[in-house]
Design a protein around this ligand. Structure first.
Ligand code: ZN
Ligand code: ZN
Length: 114
């Protein structure tokens, strides 16, 4: 997460606010405003790199619905992080894959760090 004072863009998540904060999501440069960054504390945010759709789901709800204990654990570890995750396909492209991507992204990112 970097702050570039001279570069401004529309927040990719809400598409309303202008912001200088941007982050890399699955190789894409994505702008995120403070408001959406704040909401990332309470919600999982996914961006589909295929069509650009943004999905926001309350973390508590996602955790409650998960049945697989391994996946649940992976999500639980993300619970306190403000993360925006890139997915190759969104719910419309591949609904059954969305959970797997998050788990995969998690082990990729945190391998050895936490
Ligand atoms: Zn925003
Ligand atoms: Zn998509």
């Amino acid at each position: 997460m970097e702050d570039h004072l001279n570069v401004k863009g529309h927040c990719h998540v809400c598409r309303e606010e202008m912001t200088t904060i941007h982050t890399e999501v699955a190789g894409l440069d994505v702008f995120v405003c403070e408001k959406c960054l704040e909401s990332a504390k309470q919600n999982f945010i996914w961006i589909c790199v295929s069509c650009g759709s943004v999905y926001i789901r309350p973390k508590a709800l996602v955790l409650k619905r998960l049945r697989d204990p391994r996946l649940k654990e992976a999500y639980r570890q993300c619970e306190d992080l403000q993360i925006i995750q890139g997915i190759e396909h969104c719910i419309e492209c591949a609904p059954e894959k969305i959970v797997e991507y998050v788990a995969a992204a998690k082990s990729e990112k945190c391998g050895g760090h936490c």
